[in-house]
Design a protein around this ligand. Structure first.
Ligand code: TRP
Ligand code: SF4
Length: 400
């Protein structure tokens, strides 16, 4: 059974906060039970914007891995690695760059947006323009089927799909493809082979989209099919030639708009964050200092939770009974804001307790983290090397 592969990466840019936890990491922790997952530190991507001061990247990378582990990402289930430790990403990036139209890169919406947003930096570099292409290489080199990302990254996944299609179209026509594909159909056995051919006809002659899904499911059930034959059969199905690179799909992470201390979305650039492993006293203090409904000047002034950022946090951390209590107490002025904030403080501390505990293990013994990453690097590299072998062969570069 060929299980769909999930891949995602994160740039190492300082301590992760509860927004990352609710928006990304909780999702990763769920996915690792459902799919083979690869999660990596996109340290080269950090360089696209921090090329002038790369010194911080190493520490940020290790800290970030500890944050992942603290959040419950489990190295016995998912493969964790560092992008720059798998140099094959760079080779694929280079080879893909040869066939990537400049206009495709210039049209990616994040390109101009980010350049304008980060206008204190000179981002008119080759590397920054190539950001989406490097990301495509990260994805394609693992033949990832699913890429969990936030909304802002969707255009990058779309770009990756187009690039994979272009690549397969350009280089996927190996000599004798037709004959090899037909031989591979025979490998399926007569019953499955007949079904495959029927589905192929339904797609190619009637445009039946669902036939593709059925055929993929059929192929996934054949255990002893070689990877090369499987890819041929994927390609033969749709008439595109051998599928060397897999078109990934985005797995849109539900926008969890984790509110920050000021009611805006929690984000480092707004300075309204609580970090994943922030110490307890600091968490308490930050919540106690949060602004509330300005109408509540005195204890006896009733308030409106809809005008209060603390209420936004109740929505994340409190159960129905507690939310009801907060609503009533606020509107009747039966308690002060400090009292209303206490369950939120408790909720955050409770969420963080297991994270702090897990992190401590790794802080006490940093070699554990190094070993997890060394192990992940090695696993990732094997997969990347397999793809590069096929890519070089398809491009006629497998000579030595
Ligand atoms: N660009 C992504 C971000 O900023 C990080 C990233 C790099 C990534 N390569 C990737 C995400 C490959 C998913 C897959 O969030
Ligand atoms: Fe906000 Fe609670 Fe104060 Fe109302 S009582 S203003 S919800 S902190």
């Amino acid at each position: 059974m060929y299980a769909e592969r999930v891949l995602s990466g994160m740039r190492p840019t300082g301590s992760l906060h509860l927004g990352h936890y609710h928006g990304v990491l909780k999702n990763w922790v769920e996915l690792q039970h459902e799919y083979p997952c690869l999660f990596f530190v996109a340290d080269w991507h950090a360089l696209t914007t921090h090329y002038e001061d790369p010194q911080g990247i190493e520490k940020a990378s290790w800290d970030m891995v500890i944050d992942w582990l603290a959040a419950g990402v489990d190295p016995s289930q998912a493969t964790l690695f560092i992008q720059s430790q798998v140099p094959e990403h760079a080779e694929l990036h280079l080879l893909l760059s040869m066939m990537t139209p400049l206009g495709w890169l210039e049209r990616v919406p994040t390109y101009k947006d980010q350049q304008e947003k980060l206008d204190s930096k000179d981002l008119s570099t080759y590397g920054f323009l190539g950001y989406p292409l490097l990301m495509s290489s990260d994805i394609l080199i693992y033949r990832a089927d699913k890429v969990p990302v936030g909304e802002d990254q969707i255009p990058h996944v779309e770009f990756t799909r187009e690039l994979a299609r272009r690549f397969n179209h350009m280089y996927g026509r190996e000599a004798g493809f037709e004959e090899k594909a037909i031989a591979a159909v025979k490998q399926l056995g007569s019953k499955k082979g007949r079904l495959y051919n029927q589905l192929r006809t339904r797609f190619q002659q009637e445009g039946a989209q669902d036939a593709i899904g059925y055929a993929h499911a059929l192929l996934d059930e054949v255990p002893d099919l070689s990877l090369a034959d499987r890819e041929r059969l994927y390609g033969y199905l749709e008439g595109t030639g051998k599928m060397i690179l897999v078109e990934p799909g985005a797995l849109l992470t539900k926008a969890s708009r984790m509110p920050g201390l000021d009611g805006q979305k929690m984000s480092k650039s707004y300075g309204n964050t609580i970090t994943l492993r922030e110490d307890e006293a600091s968490v308490s203090q930050k919540i106690k200092r949060m602004p509330t409904d300005p109408a509540r000047v005195r204890l006896t002034d009733p308030g409106d939770p809809d005008k209060c950022p603390v209420w936004q946090l109740h929505l994340v951390y409190s159960d129905e009974v507690c939310k009801d209590w907060a609503q009533k107490g606020c509107r009747n002025a039966s308690f002060g804001c400090l009292e209303c904030k206490q369950p939120v403080i408790d909720g955050i501390l409770k969420e963080q307790a297991p994270m702090r505990e897990r992190a401590q293990l790794y802080l006490d013994d940093p070699t554990l983290v190094r070993n997890i990453i060394a192990d992940g690097n090695e696993k990732a590299r094997k997969l990347a090397q397999e793809t590069m072998r096929d890519v070089r062969e398809a491009m006629g570069l497998n000579y030595s």
